[in-house]
Write a protein that binds this ligand. Sequence first.
Ligand SMILES: Cc1cc2nc3c(=O)[nH]c(=O)nc-3n(C[C@H](O)[C@H](O)[C@H](O)COP(=O)(O)OP(=O)(O)OC[C@H]3O[C@@H](n4cnc5c(N)ncnc54)[C@H](O)[C@@H]3O)c2cc1C
Ligand SMILES: NC(=O)c1ccc[n+]([C@@H]2O[C@H](COP(=O)([O-])OP(=O)(O)OC[C@H]3O[C@@H](n4cnc5c(N)ncnc54)[C@H](O)[C@@H]3O)[C@@H](O)[C@H]2O)c1
Length: 465
Amino acid sequence: MKTFDAIIIGAGQAGAPLAGRLASEGRKVALVERKHLGGTCVNTGCKPTKTLVASARVGHMAFRAADFGVILESQPRIDMAKVRARAQKVIVDSREGIEGWLGAMPTLKIYRTHARFASPNVLRVGDEDITAPQIFINVGGRPSRPDLPGIGEIEYLTSSSILDLDFVPDHLVVVGGSYIGLEFAQMYRRFGSNVTIIERQTHLLPREDEVISSAIASLMQSEGIGLRTNANCIAFSKHPDGVSVRVDCEAGSPEVVGSHVLLAMGRTSNTDDLGLDATGVVVDSHGFITVDDELRTNVAGIWALGDCNGRGAFTHTSYNDFEIIAANLLDGGKRKVTSRIPAYALYIDPPLGRVGMTEKEARASGRNILVSDRLMTNVGRAVERDETKGLMTVVADADTHEILGAAILGIEGDEAIHGILDVMNGKNDYRTFQWAVPIHPTVSELIPTLMGGLKPPPGKANSQG
Ligand SMILES: Cc1cc2nc3c(=O)[nH]c(=O)nc-3n(C[C@H](O)[C@H](O)[C@H](O)COP(=O)(O)OP(=O)(O)OC[C@H]3O[C@@H](n4cnc5c(N)ncnc54)[C@H](O)[C@@H]3O)c2cc1C
Ligand SMILES: NC(=O)c1ccc[n+]([C@@H]2O[C@H](COP(=O)([O-])OP(=O)(O)OC[C@H]3O[C@@H](n4cnc5c(N)ncnc54)[C@H](O)[C@@H]3O)[C@@H](O)[C@H]2O)c1
């Protein structure tokens, strides 16, 4: 049996940098990856999807060219094979970068196979057993396929297989109206498909505040995307035109017929085929590995990082897990997951940047809150670019002046939100913005005005700080 200083399972957003860091310190490291280095983000997630979103935006703006006084002599046309090839190139370049970097490390051995625990400190990799005193699990997840009526009878796409399309479907039915569903829905609508989103909850992006969900719904509808919410009686069947999706149980059997169906109903943790039974490592009811604030599992010598620990579901949270481990095990630090302020961006166009609590979470926390919102029509940059859809919202603690959360749905909202994130990370409060002199004309320049408008929510007469 080969012995290493550390074994890492999964070369995703935490596993690959951790392998690199440990090996750069001269440690003997085994990195086990059953598919591609780089994991989901590089191969089927952020990188290809944001490349496709960029193509879709260029197409959209080309169709709007005349609004800006730019006359195209013929109608723009989408070359889907070229769109796909562009995304594939971004994947391959990124993956090869990681291959080159990790492949050159003398103390790092990469096993390209599935890893399964044989005992708490032994892993079976292919027909070999390997062991180490430190084992890091970074196995990520895969698209969920809930056992819905009729699902076995139909062909469907997932966020991975849709990347292989080199044609534009006639009618894409997207089941699930959250991150994956919304990004692909708008993208394919802009490529030229008819698109219908089917969401089981009452609102799109159900975790968000209603004001944001409703603005996103209007945005989708303004581009001609059909929405069916409250679809809690979904069933699939074959149809001469493709697939029929039943969406309503109460009013007979209204159906949506599409040429193709994309399942975007969440992701399933890859912990189910890892042999965790042989370790005693505890997982929760969703298959996420239970970890403490420093990412230790209940079994000494085993840590879990990234999506598989259920403490984050983004590339930046997975990478931050690597940073926590590196700081605590190699740099004498004491970093914690709970110090992380939750933040994400949804890459529809315009994007949504979100940090911290939603207003409903802030209310549920029982605090005395202040709220403010401003429409993107107030942003000079947005007016000049003729892209004024969306709004900004913020919620703060009336007693401590702390910013609890904020959202910017609007052009460059994914960038502008970082001003607020930085203030929160710096443990400053919303009054920090009062004398800030933001640059004109930017999206960020409205943030001091947004903060200046903080007041108790309607119906609440609490004290403003
Ligand atoms: C379509 C899509 C778009 C996304 N867009 C964004 C975005 O814009 N921004 C963002 O922040 N996040 C985005 N995400 C989420 C992001 O991709 C994930 O949060 C991130 O990749 C998680 O990283 P990870 O390291 O935890 O796991 P992963 O990147 O999933 O890596 C896990 C690796 O483990 C390997 N593995 C699993 N089991 C085993 C085993 N038993 N043996 C060996 N190897 C194994 C897998 O093959 C995989 O390579 C997106 C996700 C999807 C699906
Ligand atoms: N921009 C980004 O950062 C980005 C982009 C894409 C994906 N991701 C990551 O990928 C993960 C998966 O995204 P996702 O959108 O698939 O999952 P999700 O869990 O965010 O959303 C799933 C959606 O499907 C709906 N749903 C579930 N069952 C349904 C049913 N039977 N019928 C209709 N609707 C149903 C849910 O109500 C929910 O709205 C997320 O955790 C996210 O972090 C991130």
